[in-house]
Design a protein around this ligand. Structure first.
Ligand SMILES: Nc1nc2c(ncn2[C@@H]2O[C@H](COP(=O)(O)OP(=O)(O)O)[C@@H](O)[C@H]2O)c(=O)[nH]1
Ligand SMILES: [Mg+2]
Length: 364
């Protein structure tokens, strides 16, 4: 299962946003604490296609796509140098597949800002820089170890050059995800779990009084930054929406409309996360079980098989594929899809698309 880590400065509203997303009711505090254990919760990804497949098959078991959200402790300035929870914290971040970066836009005199004023652009940069520094540290370590060797194997020489390229990129204060990489280079870097390589979604945590864009400090600058970095920004009224999580969506909507606040952010946030994080779904169907699986965009049939079970990847023969849209268009009939050649057999390198219905043929 994919894991999204929620990051940001202390008292930015990370736990609040975590509660909005997960309805888990974790404790929020108006002071920065020294807790290392992150809150975790698993959330269903809303998907109408999945619901239709369940209606068609009436399976014994339905398993929707899920994402795990992890509410990490606050990232302090200089965490990469060991401040705050420092490296313990950063290793939790390394464990996440993707990041949700909560930036504080609200002012609240009862909740002291760790940097003493509300400035979302500055806060964004502090956090970004900590991630950059940590990645640089990892690179320096590895390069140091490589330089101790008398002679480098060809592979190691390549690794060294690649890491040096990453280092100069990071020294320009740019995240690694912006570096153009060949596929094999990307693979070579995967094992390092670089933080600035992870997809990231920006969440602006606003107060219920900040319904207009001009009430958000530095809003234009924030948008410029986001588009320069190709990141999506979602605005959430954290505290307000947390207070509403126990209501159903309809009553929520009504209440928020009365208060002049745009639509509830929960589903918007989950789907934006899903998109920005480069995720997609494929389905497996049958009378026993209809299930949605989560995959990274660009994954192959073999990787899809491996998500279901390692045995399926090991003994992979072929994948039988039909796209959900075709299946629906043919009246949810596999027989008709087959007649029309919409049901295909694909090999291990087939790139799965969002909404594919797969059946893996395997032999172990
Ligand atoms: N006024 C206001 N306060 C908020 C908002 N979001 C969070 N807070 C408060 O800020 C404090 C810290 O929130 P929390 O979610 O625990 O922050 P974290 O340290 O980033 O996890 C709590 O007292 C929240 O009630 C908001 O949108 N508006
Ligand atoms: Mg918290």
């Amino acid at each position: 299962m994919l894991r999204c880590g929620i990051i940001g400065l202390p008292l930015a509203g990370k736990t609040t946003i975590f509660n909005v997303i997960t309805r888990a009711g974790a404790e929020v505090k108006s002071y920065a604490g020294g807790k290392t254990d992150p809150n975790r919760a698993v959330v269903e990804v809303p998907d109408e296609r999945f619901e239709s497949l369940v209606d068609v098959y009436e399976p014994k078991k339905r398993v929707p796509a899920t994402v795990e959200f992890v509410d990490l402790a606050g990232l302090s300035k200089d965490a990469s140098k060991g401040a705050g929870l420092g490296n313990a914290f950063l290793s939790f971040v390394a464990d996440s597949d993707a990041l949700i970066h909560v930036i504080r836009c609200f002012d609240n005199p009862d909740v002291p800002h760790p940097e003493e004023s509300v400035n979302p652009v500055r806060d964004w940069e502090i956090v970004e820089m900590e991630l950059v520094f940590r990645d640089l540290g990892v690179i320096e370590n590895r390069l140091g170890r490589l330089s101790e060797k008398k002679r480098l194997q060809q592979e190691e020489q390549k690794e060294k050059e690649l890491l040096e390229r990453c280092r100069s990129h990071l020294l320009e204060e740019k995240p690694l995800r912006e570096l153009e990489l060949k596929e094999e280079e990307e693979k070579a870097l995967r094992g390092f779990s670089f933080l600035t390589f992870k997809p990231e979604l920006i969440v602006l945590n606003c107060d219920e009084t900040q319904t207009g864009e001009d009430s958000i400090p530095l809003y234009d600058r924030l948008n410029e930054l986001a588009s320069a970095r190709g990141l999506r920004v979602v605005r959430i009224f954290g505290r307000m929406e947390m207070d509403l999580v126990d209501l159903d969506t309809e009553s929520q909507r009504e209440l928020m409309e009365e208060l002049g606040i745009p639509e509830p952010g929960r589903e918007r946030l989950i789907s934006a996360a899903f998109d920005q994080l480069g995720l997609m779904c494929f389905f497996t169907v049958g009378k026993d079980e209809v299930r949605a699986w989560t995959l990274r965009e660009g994954s192959t049939a073999l990787e899809a098989a491996g998500t279901i079970h390692t045995d399926l990847a090991r003994g992979f023969i072929r994948a039988q594929v039909v796209h959900y849209d075709d299946f629906r268009r043919e009246g949810f009939s596999m027989a008709r899809c087959r007649e029309r050649g919409l049901l295909r057999l694909e090999g291990r390198d087939y790139v799965v698309t969002d909404g594919d219905i797969l059946e893996i043929r395997f032999n172990v």
